[in-house]
Design a protein around this ligand. Structure first.
Ligand SMILES: NC(=O)c1ccc[n+]([C@@H]2O[C@H](COP(=O)([O-])OP(=O)(O)OC[C@H]3O[C@@H](n4cnc5c(N)ncnc54)[C@H](O)[C@@H]3O)[C@@H](O)[C@H]2O)c1
Length: 359
């Protein structure tokens, strides 16, 4: 993938891409800033042993673009960015490496705020914070917001309520059967919200610890053997809450649910799946819209974290999802396309205000 948007390239028009190296600690990082139209770019740092430099660059570019859309639809005054650190975190992560990375983040003077992602954790953010102010996802003791899965699950529940209203006329899951794949941090909280709302929950997980949690906390959850058994079960809603790529051709062909709303990132296994879902009459609420509660939570840290304020913002995922579903109907496009259009509209409309000069 090319970085520059020249004729014939597959570049997606990033504002800035920064390559950072510290030979002593082995740091090799790429910070992608897709857009600052709405404000400083916010997105996590992925620490991953990519096969080669090309793969690391591609991930940084794709992920930072995705964050611009996610932050725009979450109603945040933040643009989209994401960073990758190329290397095996189990081998090379050290205080020195994280602090060196923090100094590169600081050098951007607030054009980019970082946070946790795959391979980086809250204690890592506390270390990075010793070198830069532009870091979120810190521990509560260091002014951070703590576990972001609480509001992620709350936001997914709100998106699901909007999908229920669109499909069945009422914003509740009461009386519906919801199938959750993955009872991890997000799936667990989601199960709780659904049960409280009066839904029946069917679930699966590959982890014995997650299953025994379910048996002891919510014995009413119907546990099934695997994802295949879940998607072919008699469920109204499918909630992918494990890994990405949950919606592939086979799954969509076999799925019995009428609605798909879940917390997992990158649920569509490849472009075109959104059309397959539409053809089968399955309503899909775009993952990046409904799982924005986590980024809403870390973004709130920038102002000094206030849980109630962040929760209120995550509750609005109900309205945004409803708006997207109505737009999709009005424009005759899948919700994934409608969501992109709405995000682009906000980036253009709010970004345009910068053209009004202020002394
Ligand atoms: N935690 C957040 O704030 C947040 C925010 C946005 C998006 N997400 C996304 O939501 C998803 C879940 O995140 P999490 O924080 O709950 O992660 P987690 O690791 O706590 O939970 C994932 C669960 O899925 C289970 N799992 C893995 N493979 C499975 C399979 N094949 N079948 C069934 N279960 C399987 C795991 O055993 C685990 O219990 C991820 O895709 C993540 O990227 C999380």
């Amino acid at each position: 993938m090319s970085v520059f948007d020249t004729e014939g390239s597959d570049a997606t028009g990033h504002e800035q891409v920064v390559f950072c190296q510290d030979r002593q600690t082995g740091l090799k990082a790429i910070i992608g800033i897709y857009s600052t139209a709405l404000g400083p770019a916010l997105g996590g740092t992925r620490f991953y042993p990519y096969e080669n430099e090309e793969a690391a660059i591609t991930d940084a570019l794709n992920l930072s673009r995705g964050m611009a859309y996610k932050n725009a639809l979450a109603g945040l005054d933040l643009g989209g960015g994401k960073a990758v650190i190329w290397g095996d975190p189990n081998r090379i992560k050290s205080e020195g490496l994280l602090r060196a990375y923090g100094r590169f983040v600081e050098s951007l003077h607030g054009r980019y705020y970082t946070a946790c992602d795959v391979g980086t954790y809250v204690p890592d953010m506390d270390v990075i914070a010793r070198e830069t102010r532009y870091v979120t996802g810190r521990s509560v003791e260091h002014g951070g917001a703590g576990d972001s899965s609480i509001l992620t699950a709350w936001g997914v529940f709100q998106g699901m309520r909007a999908a229920a209203e669109h499909t069945w006329g009422s914003p509740t899951l009461a009386g519906r059967r919801v199938g959750i794949a993955g009872l991890g941090k997000v799936g667990k909280y989601l199960a709780g919200h659904l049960i409280e709302d009066g839904a029946a929950v069917v679930a699966t997980d590959v982890s014995e610890a997650a299953l025994s949690w379910a048996r002891s906390t919510y014995p009413q959850i119907d546990l099934v053997a695997d994802t295949r058994a879940l998607i072919t079960a008699d469920i109204d809603v499918y909630a992918p809450c494990a890994l990405g790529g949950a919606l592939d051709d086979d799954t969509v062909a076999a799925l019995r649910a009428r609605v798909v709303t879940g917390g997992a990132n990158n649920q569509l296994a490849h472009p075109g799946i959104e059309k397959l879902l539409e053809e089968r009459g399955i309503l899909y609420t775009p993952d990046y819209v409904v799982n924005a509660g986590g980024v809403i939570q870390v973004a709130d840290e920038i102002e000094g974290f206030n849980f109630e304020r962040a929760k209120l913002r995550a509750t609005r995922i109900f309205d945004t999802t409803g708006q997207i579903l109505r737009l999709a109907d009005a424009e005759g496009v899948p919700p994934a396309v409608a969501a992109d259009r709405l995000a682009e509209r906000r980036m253009a409309e709010v970004g345009r205000l910068r053209s009004i000069y202020l002394s």
